[in-house]
Design a protein around this ligand. Structure first.
Ligand code: CA2
Length: 146
C-alpha cells in the first residue's frame, strides 16, 4: 500500500489560474492536483487533494490526517498569516508537514512575511510558483525514505 500524502489548499486558491496570473500563474488547482498525483505515482505515494475557504474545515482535515497520512502539504493561503487554530491542529499531527506558498511572500506586503504555520512546518517552499508543490512532494519522499 502506498503511503498517503494529504494536499491542502486554503482560501481563494480555488481561483488559481483564473485570476491574477501575474502573481499565481496560469495553472488551475485541478492541474496542480493532477501533477502532484502523477509525481506521487512515480514516487510511490498516494495523494489526496482538498481545498477549502473555511478555517474550521482545514482544521478538521488536519485532524483526519492523524494516523492516516504520512505527510501533509499545505498552502494555507491568507490563513498562514492569521491562524493559530491551523498551527495548533498541525502541532497535534505527527507526520511530515511541508508549507508551500506559490508567490514569494517576503517580496510582498509586510503582513505576508510572517506565517504561523512555519512555526510547525518541517520545510517551507516559497516563490517557486506551482512547482513548489512538486518540490514539497519530492522532499516528503526523501524524508519518508530516510
Ligand atoms: O503565495 C501563496 O501561495 C499564498 O499563500 C497565496 C494566498 C496569499 O494570501 C498568501 O499571502 C500567499 C492567496 C491565495 C489567493 O489565490 C488566488 C489565486 C488566484 C486568483 C486569486 C487568488
Amino acid at each position: 500500500m502506498p503511503k498517503l500524502v494529504t494536499l491542502l489548499n486554503g482560501p481563494n486558491l480555488n481561483l488559481l489560474g483564473l485570476r491574477q496570473p501575474e502573481i499565481y500563474g496560469r495553472e488551475t488547482l485541478d492541474d496542480v492536483a493532477a501533477s502532484v498525483a502523477d509525481l506521487g505515482e512515480e514516487l510511490g505515494l498516494a495523494v489526496r487533494a482538498m481545498q477549502s475557504n473555511h478555517e474550521g474545515q482545514l482544521v478538521d482535515w488536519i485532524h483526519a490526517a492523524r494516523g492516516t497520512s504520512a505527510a501533509i502539504i499545505i498552502n494555507p493561503g491568507a490563513y498562514s498569516h492569521t491562524s493559530v487554530a491551523i498551527l495548533d491542529a498541525l502541532n497535534a499531527y505527527d507526520g511530515v508537514v511541508m508549507e508551500v506558498h506559490i508567490s514569494q511572500i517576503h517580496k510582498r506586503e509586510v503582513f505576508r512575511h510572517h506565517s504561523y504555520i512555519s512555526h510547525r512546518a518541517d520545510g517551507v517552499i516559497v516563490g517557486c510558483g506551482t512547482e513548489g508543490y512538486l518540490l514539497a512532494l519530492r522532499r516528503i519522499a526523501s524524508l519518508l525514505k530516510a
